[in-house]
Design a protein around this ligand. Structure first.
Ligand SMILES: [Fe+2]
Length: 296
């Protein structure tokens, strides 16, 4: 029988023990211990508790096929980054190329041959040439891997957010060659703000935080026998590298973007300046599974 505040937690924990699935039992027991500990630590008031439940309901109502406020909140609280770093790089023991998927991956990006361009409609901005190698933990090349690449435009918009861009602009699917390499031409991506018209926006305003993510190039690399690599490589001169609103930037994910102020040796229409990036993605052994696409 519950008599005092201190009696509640043991009573709830006893009920959690009835959970059949052992993993779910562990998760629910720990969740209750931490949740109750949190309520005690901050001495949550009744009004704050009512606000909290209203906020959780609002997060659900704001989410749709094209917007996920819960993922945005998880990222803004560093939970997404924590889960990623805990489960990759030998379970958190070493640096990893893994990062968050983000909300803009699309299935069925058009196939592009190595050396091809991701620019499908006029997209003003500095030319950008990326050459990348995909290898295993021992440095051996992974040939025949499928690589989806997607990134924002030089004004910070993905094609699905921007009517001026052609369908699948700045997106493409490559196959790595015998040396594990893929390479392409595009335009230099820019950083962008996450949506701030919901709960997450109010949190950021309350904490005097800016809503920007530093510029990055997304990749999703699929090869049977390896854990699907979901990565973001960040532009090293971005002013928000140290203050990513989603806490996604790690040292291993910062790309060495080189600025060139002399004409490109073979692509005469590149203009000046143009940028190049050479990056190495490292895949870990594991199950090749595709995530659920966040948008159509
Ligand atoms: Fe992104």
């Amino acid at each position: 029988m519950i008599q005092f505040e201190r009696d509640v937690t043991p009573a709830v924990l006893a009920v959690m023990e009835c959970t059949s699935d052992p993993r779910l039992r562990t998760i629910m027991g720990s969740l209750v211990r931490h949740l109750h500990g949190f309520v005690r630590e901050v001495r949550l008031t009744e009004e704050e508790f009512r606000d909290a439940t209203a906020i959780i309901n609002e997060i659900g109502k704001l989410s749709s096929d094209t917007h996920n406020e819960a993922v945005l909140m998880a990222g803004s609280l560093g939970v997404s980054s924590l889960v990623c770093l805990l489960n990759n790089g030998d379970n958190g023991q070493s640096e990893t190329s893994q990062s968050m998927l983000g909300p803009f991956w699309r299935l069925n990006s058009p196939r592009v041959e190595n050396g091809g361009s991701l620019v499908r409609s006029s997209t003003p901005g500095p030319a950008f040439f990326m050459s990348a190698r995909v290898e295993d933990k021992e440095g051996r090349p992974i040939a025949g891997a499928e690589v989806d690449v997607w990134h924002s435009s030089p004004v910070g918009l993905y094609e699905n957010q921007d009517p001026s861009q052609e369908e699948f602009n700045l997106r493409g699917k490559f196959i790595t060659d015998g040396d594990g390499r893929f390479w392409f031409r595009s335009v230099k991506p820019a950083g962008y703000p996450i949506p701030t018209d919901g709960v997450v926006g109010r949190l950021l305003a309350a904490q005097n935080r800016h809503p920007y993510r530093p510029a990055h190039v997304h990749a999703l690399i699929f090869k049977p026998g390896f854990k699907t690599l979901i990565s973001q490589v960040y532009v090293d001169d971005d002013e928000n590298l140290e203050s990513d609103v989603q806490f996604g930037v790690t040292r291993a994910l910062i790309g060495d973007f080189i600025r060139h102020d002399e004409p490109h040796p073979s692509e005469a229409d590149s203009g000046l300046p143009w940028y190049s990036l050479d990056y190495t993605y490292v895949m870990e052994k594991g199950e090749a599974k595709l995530p659920r696409p966040p948008i159509k």
